[in-house]
Design a protein around this ligand. Sequence first.
Ligand SMILES: Cc1ncc(COP(=O)(O)O)c(C=O)c1O
Ligand SMILES: N[C@@H](CCSC[C@H](N)C(=O)O)C(=O)O
Length: 456
Amino acid sequence: MSTPNSDSPAAQAAKKVFSRLDLDGHHLPPSPAPSSPHNGRRRYALATELVYTETKDQYGASSIPIYQSATFKQSSSNGGSEYDYTRSGNPTRTHLERHLAKIMNANRCLSVSSGMGALDVITRLLKPGDEVITGDDLYGGTNRLLTYLKNNQGVIVHHVDTTNVDSVRQVITPKTAMVLLETPTNPLIKICDIPTIARITHEANEKAVVVVDNTMLSPMLFNPLDVGADIVYESGTKYLSGHHDIMAGVIAVNDSELGDKMFFTINATGCGLSPNDSFLLMRGVKTLAIRMEKQQANAQRIAEFLESHGFKVRYPGLKSHPQYDLHWSMARGAGAVLSFETGDVALSERIVEAARLWGISVSFGCVNSLISMPCRMSHASIDAKTRAERQMPEDIIRLCVGIEDADDLIDDLSRALVQAGAVTLTIDGFHANTAEGAAAPAGSEAAENTTAGSSA
Ligand SMILES: Cc1ncc(COP(=O)(O)O)c(C=O)c1O
Ligand SMILES: N[C@@H](CCSC[C@H](N)C(=O)O)C(=O)O
């Protein structure tokens, strides 16, 4: 099977992201000059800054030590030490947060025990009666927390198609306290126009906060604070740590009052990231550039492979993405999450279960590739009726691409597609079957005879 080469404009743009020029954001509006403890200013290209840190350790340790201590001795009963108690602050966590502030172009970064923990801290800025505008395609856990706030805390939540600025405009009022956006959305990979939505939100209420969940891109590919967002958060469980060995959440802001309020919540509730996980997140962040480069290149090839065989693929690296231009006007890469449809839930199930190299698992952004059916897994907490109303296809398969060899990934996917009967093998190669046609179901001759090498 031949695989399309990756010299498409998106592939080239994805490569360009790693040049100094783009990483310094010259094609984006100028960033505010952050004043984080690192002075926030990035002196080098992002790939360099990810690795470059100074620990100021007394022994010159080049990697931040894990200060595994709950308490810190004081020089007097009046205090006198920078730290007193790890819930309130810890040197390993502080080191991580300063590093991340620099990477995220922020004045301040806060780190907590998960991405959902980050959103919990952010939504505690709301009070009963406040209105929130958010998307109709959102990570399931985000939808669950917002539903809880709506049902129990008197917060009014409007779910609209945030990929359409006019839909947002229709519900914005001076009572809008928060606009919460994902781009690309998980799992339908839809794009939101962050600069325009930020502008119209602030015009309606200058105190409203625009919150962007940047988990799907990471600061390697997008800095929402640079284009009008007030708060950016990410699940550090994904690209930032990269190995699926910790849970973490990070929050970045430029406004010191917002930063102080959220720090208050973290100290008051005790959700700050542990010293050990702060160390692991710091270690992961150092390899973000190289992981993302490989993951994106692999994702681009896989998206092109599926599309060339007739599947409806959702990936912002494909020219066919309806919001391709909007995505590339804001971001420096397409990321490594894509989804595609087969038209048949049972067929999707067979594909997912036939994959070997692709682990059946939730999550994304880590070094190993994953395959999932969002409606049954990551988004199962959104009930079936709501999923249908929001036009989430039950058959959708999400691929989260890792750093393996791209040919191996394509071979394994090809074999799974054949074994599941999702493609018909003809003299010209593979062709996607429609919902009606499961032409080569598992165990059939075509499935058995094909190991589907990518060069077959
Ligand atoms: C887009 C997005 N935001 C937030 C989260 C929450 O992150 P965590 O699992 O670290 O709580 C997830 C996944 O869980 C996600 O996919
Ligand atoms: N059982 C979990 C599911 C986590 S999904 C993780 C990730 N955001 C993804 O999109 O895969 C839950 O109910 O939260």
